[in-house]
Ligand binder design. Structure first.
Ligand SMILES: [Zn+2]
Length: 594
C-alpha cells in the first residue's frame, strides 16, 4: 500500500458514514441508528442499519457490514485504494497516487481516464463548428445549454479518425482507447472510431464518472443503426446501470417516485420539460439489477415505454421484474404511435405529468388489456395476470388483487385461487431449489478454502471479542504459526498484539482497523451476535482442540505421503509407520491436554 496511513486516517475522519451511504440508500433515523433497504440484497422491509457512532453499516438480512471504505468497495466494485481516492476527492483531500498499485485498479483508472478524455473531446466538438448541426438538433429538441452540460452531451465528428487523431495529439494510448470500446479494429491492422457523426450520450456511474457512451446518428442517409453503444468493459456492465440515475437520483428520492423510459432522448426530453425523476433502462428489457438499483431510491416506479408492440411487451416484462424485486409498478399508456418524447412535445409537460400522476396500477393495466379481448380469449390473459400475482411477495396484497381481478373479470375467486396454487408452488419450488443451490455452492466454497480449523479460528475470534478475559487462556494454548494461513489471521494477529501490550481492543477501532470487505463484515457481524448463557470457555477449549487436531492430521498426511514415496522406491518404512501411529495416538489425547 502506497497511500500513507495518516492520509487514510485523514480521509476516514473527513467522511461520515451516514452522509456517504445516504447517497446510495434512503435512510430513516430510528433511535441511535439509521435504517434503509439493503443495497446488497433484495428486501421489502429495511434491515440495513447504519451506526453513526461506530461509523459502520450492518445488514441483519444478509450479514453485509463494514466501514465507509468497504461499503464503497462493495457497492462500486472498486479496490481499497480506489475507495480512498474516491472519498479523498469527495472531501477535497489531496492524495499522491502511486502507479505501482494493483493492476485492476490501474486498468479501471486508465479506463476512467480515457473515457473522460473522450467525453471531453465529444463535448468540445459539439460546441465547435463541426458540431453545429448536432447542437442545432439538440436545441430543436428543446434541450437547454444547462441540460447539455449536466448530461455531458457531445458530438462525435464524421470520418474514421477524429477521436484517434485527437488521442494521438494528446499522447493517449490507442490500445487503451480500444479497450474502452471507443474504437474498432481494422482488418488490415490499426483502428477506426466507433462513433462517427453522432450525438454522444455519456453513461455515468454513481460516482459521476463516464464509463460508456451511446451515440445517435444524425444523418438519414446513414444506414447504420439509429443508436449504437459502447461494449461492456471492466468499468461498464450492461444491464447493471441506469442512464440518468447519477443526475436524477436526488429528484427520485425527493419525489419518492421513479419514471422509467427506454432511451436517451426520451429521458432528455422529459428532463428538458422539467420532469426530472427519470431513468432510462437502455435496451428494451429491464433487468433485476436495475430494479434493485432503483429500489435504493424509491419503491414506486412508473413505466412509460413506447406504445408499439415491442414497447408493450417490454412494459409487461419490466413490470414483472419490478414486482419481483419488491417495487410497486405503475404504467402510463401512450396513444398509438407515441413515445414519451413525441408525447411531451405535442402535449406539453402538464399533460404528461397528469398521466404520470394517474398512472395505472400494473394489475389494472393488465385487467384492462384482458377486458379488451373477447371473453372466449380471456383464459390466456387471466393466466398471465396470475403469473404476475405469483411474483408479489406480500400475501395480503396478493389476496386483494385476486379479489379485484375476480370482480372485474367476472371470474370466481375460488377458480382464481385454484389456478394460482400450482403457479405459486412451481415458483416456490424453483426459488427453494435456487436458494439451496446458492447455499450449497456457498458451503462448498467455504469447505474448499478451509477445513474445520478455519471455522475454529473464527469462533475463537468471536469468543475473544465477546469476552476479552478469555484472550489470556486462548493465546496461552494457541500457536499463532498454526493459524497463519487462515483468512482471519490479520484479526487474530491484531488481537494477539493488543493482548501482548496488555491493552484492550475498542470496538470502534477494530471496525476501522481493516479494509477487507470480508474481514470488516465479519467484525460487524460478530458484534451483533448475542450468546447470552453460552459457556464460552468450554467452546474455546473445543476450538483449540480442533485446531491442534487439524495440525496433527496435516502431519499425518505428510508422513503418509512419505510412506508412499518410500514404498515406491523400495525403502524401509518402519520408522515412518511408527511416527504415524504416535501421531494418531497424540490426536486422540488432544482433548485431555487442553
Ligand atoms: Zn442485506
Amino acid at each position: 500500500m502506497s497511500i500513507p496511513d495518516y492520509k487514510i486516517d485523514e480521509v476516514r475522519e473527513a467522511t461520515d458514514v451516514v452522509d456517504l451511504i445516504s447517497g446510495y440508500v434512503t435512510l430513516k433515523k430510528k433511535g441511535q441508528n439509521f435504517f434503509g433497504l439493503c443495497p446488497f440484497h433484495t428486501e421489502k422491509t429495511p434491515s440495513f442499519s447504519v451506526n453513526p457512532d461506530k461509523q459502520i453499516f450492518h445488514c441483519f438480512g444478509c450479514s453485509a457490514g463494514g466501514n465507509v471504505f468497504t461499503f464503497l468497495m462493495r457497492s462500486e466494485g472498486i479496490s481499497f485504494p480506489e475507495s480512498i481516492k474516491f472519498l479523498a476527492q469527495r472531501a477535497g483531500i489531496q492524495i499522491e497516487y502511486d502507479k505501482k498499485d494493483e493492476v485492476r485498479s490501474q486498468e479501471n483508472e486508465a479506463l476512467y481516464y480515457v473515457n473522460e478524455f473522450a467525453a471531453k473531446f465529444f463535448q468540445e466538438s459539439l460546441q465547435s463548428k463541426k458540431g453545429e448541426h448536432a447542437l442545432k438538433y439538440l436545441k430543436e429538441r428543446g434541450l437547454s445549454s444547462e441540460n447539455i452540460r449536466v448530461f455531458g452531451l457531445g458530438y462525435a465528428p464524421p470520418g474514421w479518425q477524429s477521436l484517434i487523431t485527437q488521442a494521438k495529439n494528446t499522447s493517449n494510448d490507442l490500445e487503451l482507447l480500444h479497450r474502452a470500446g471507443l474504437t474498432l479494429k481494422k482488418e488490415e491492422g490499426g483502428y477506426y472510431d466507433r462513433f462517427r457523426d453522432r450525438i454522444i450520450f455519456p453513461i455515468l456511474n454513481l460516482s459521476g464518472r463516464a464509463v460508456a457512451f451511446g451515440g445517435r446518428k444524425l444523418s438519414e442517409k446513414d444506414d447504420s443503426p439509429k443508436y449504437i453503444n459502447s461494449p461492456g468493459t471492466s468499468v461498464y456492465e450492461k444491464g447493471k446501470m441506469l442512464y440518468g440515475l447519477f443526475q436524477n437520483r436526488d429528484e427520485i428520492r425527493k419525489q419518492k417516485k421513479s419514471v422509467f423510459v427506454e432511451g436517451y432522448m426520451d429521458l432528455l426530453s422529459l428532463v428538458a420539460n422539467d420532469i426530472k425523476n427519470v431513468v432510462a433502462s437502455l435496451g428494451t428489457s429491464l433487468t433485476e439489477e436495475q430494479s434493485r438499483l432503483i429500489l435504493r431510491y424509491s419503491k414506486h416506479a412508473v413505466l412509460i415505454y413506447d406504445s408499439d408492440a415491442a414497447g408493450v411487451a417490454a412494459t409487461l416484462r419490466g413490470s414483472d421484474i419490478l414486482l419481483e424485486t419488491g417495487l410497486d409498478a405503475f404504467i402510463v399508456s401512450l396513444p398509438k404511435g407515441d413515445d414519451p418524447d413525441s408525447y411531451v412535445l405535442e402535449n406539453g409537460t402538464e399533460a404528461l405529468l397528469k398521466k404520470i400522476e394517474n398512472a395505472e396500477n400494473f394489475f389494472d393495466y393488465k385487467i384492462q388489456r384482458s377486458l379488451e379481448k373477447p371473453p372466449e380469449n380471456r383464459r390466456e390473459e387471466v393466466h398471465s395476470i396470475l403469473e404476475s400475482i405469483a411474483r408479489i411477495k406480500d400475501a395480503i396484497q396478493r389476496s386483494l388483487i385476486i379479489t379485484k381481478v375476480s370482480e372485474q373479470l367476472n371470474v370466481s375467486e375460488k377458480a382464481l385461487w385454484s389456478d394460482l396454487a400450482p403457479i405459486l408452488q412451481q415458483k416456490q419450488k424453483g426459488e427453494r431449489r435456487q436458494s439451496e443451490i446458492a447455499k450449497r455452492l456457498n458451503d462448498l466454497g467455504k469447505t474448499r478454502k478451509s477445513g474445520r480449523g478455519e471455522k475454529a479460528v473464527a469462533d475463537l475470534v468471536r469468543i475473544m471479542l465477546h469476552d476479552w478475559d478469555l484472550a489470556e487462556y486462548i493465546f496461552a494454548s494457541l500457536d499463532l504459526a498454526e493459524v497463519r494461513e487462515v483468512d482471519l489471521f490479520p484479526i487474530v494477529n491484531y488481537l494477539k498484539n493488543q493482548h501482548k501490550g496488555g491493552g484492550r481492543f475498542s470496538e470502534k477501532e477494530l471496525n476501522q482497523q481493516f479494509n477487507d470487505v470480508e474481514l470488516t463484515a465479519f467484525i460487524v457481524q460478530v458484534f451483533n451476535e448475542d450468546w447470552q448463557g453460552l459457556n464460552l470457555k468450554r467452546w474455546a477449549t473445543d476450538c483449540i482442540s480442533v485446531i491442534h487436531k487439524e495440525k496433527i492430521q496435516k502431519q499425518i498426511e505428510g508422513i503418509r505421503e512419505e510412506i508412499r514415496l518410500a514404498q515406491d522406491s523400495g525403502q524401509p518404512v518402519n520408522d515412518l509407520l511408527n511416527q504415524c501411529m504416535d501421531l494418531e495416538a497424540q490426536k486422540k489425547t488432544v482433548i485431555a491436554e487442553v
